[in-house]
Write a protein that binds this ligand. Structure first.
Ligand code: SAH
Length: 285
């Protein structure tokens, strides 16, 4: 592991004191999306307990002698139980370590960060929370999809496709979710894509409703599928889209036709300068 020479801007950066746990978001993948507080934490930690979705390059910013503990939970493999992870953090803190708990995205968004922090505090371990860029916002932005857009939605609904036991989200009230907002952003939805699709269609959303699926967002392996509710299952199979992926349902997805900035970076021209058909330059409305 190479110790980086990355330095923080001058200022009073908090000190990671022995016996503390910092619960920190690592963003969706691209190391450039880390916060400066996360970098400050990486430079100090004695022990880093990290998840599967934390990009390996990010760990390169740790101290060369830091102990790395993998606490990943990826489908299929026997995984560390949540309670074991939380209690391990308690033990490490009590042993006087400077502990960094690094989680993908934001620790408080479908990441069980709240439970870990609660357990730590219940055991008297002091905690600092460092938010991160969540995949459902930053990942979509990398795909050129604004999670809100004035012409489309005044609210956005974040949904998890897994329930507590990792089972089918049939228990979700799809009618209510569907009515609540024009845009749904679904985490962990790939396994249950058929249930999500039929739930939304059953709630009256149209077969033509735009859907985007963004896998490994913000990483060099990012893949984006633009499809519709009607066609999504066939298209997922045809393009071999796999988790981790965000499913976004709503007309905001159409904005990618003009905002796919990564395509512009590759020298492509915008597919459609006015995908919502407003007819006027955006700033004149
Ligand atoms: N705390 C994380 C979410 C953890 S739940 C956050 O705020 O982003 C794990 C789910 O997040 C994955 O199943 C996937 O739906 C989504 N996810 C995380 N990183 C992602 C990425 N780089 N690209 C696409 N989806 C991602």
């Amino acid at each position: 592991m190479t110790e980086s020479t990355l330095s923080l801007p001058s200022g009073d950066w908090p000190e990671l004191t022995p016996g503390w746990v910092w619960l920190c978001g690592a963003g969706p993948g691209d190391p450039g999306l880390l916060t400066l507080h996360a970098v400050n934490a990486l430079r100090q930690a004695d022990v880093i307990v990290y998840d599967a979705l934390v990009a390996p390059q990010i760990l390169d910013w740790a101290r060369a002698d830091a102990e790395m503990i993998y606490a990943g939970k990826r489908g299929g493999k026997p995984s560390a139980k949540q309670v074991d992870i939380s209690l391990r953090l308690v033990d490490l803190a009590r042993a006087g370590k400077r502990v960094l708990r690094l989680k993908g995205g934001d620790p408080f968004v479908f990441g069980r960060g709240g439970e870990e922090a609660q357990t730590l505090i219940q055991h008297g371990v002091p905690v600092r929370i460092i938010p991160g860029i969540s995949a459902g916002i930053g990942g979509l932005a990398y795909a050129g999809i604004p999670v809100t857009h004035r012409d489309v939605n005044q609210s956005v609904t974040f949904v998890t496709g897994h329930d507590q036991r990792g089972e089918t989200p049939e228990s979700l009230d799809w009618d209510a979710l569907s009515r609540a907002s024009g845009v749904l952003v679904i985490y962990m939805g790939m396994k249950h894509a058929p249930v999500i699709r039929s739930g939304l269609l059953g709630a009256g959303r149209s077969e033509d409703e735009p859907v985007a699926i963004v896998s490994q967002a913000t990483t060099p392996n990012q893949k984006v599928l633009e499809t519709t509710l009607g066609a999504m299952l066939d298209d997922i199979a045809a393009t071999k889209m796999e988790p981790p992926a965000i499913i976004c349902v709503g007309r905001n997805v159409l904005m990618r036709q003009v905002l796919d900035w990564q395509a512009l970076e590759r020298g492509e021209t915008p597919r459609n300068l006015d995908p919502l058909g407003r007819g006027k330059p955006a700033e004149e409305r």
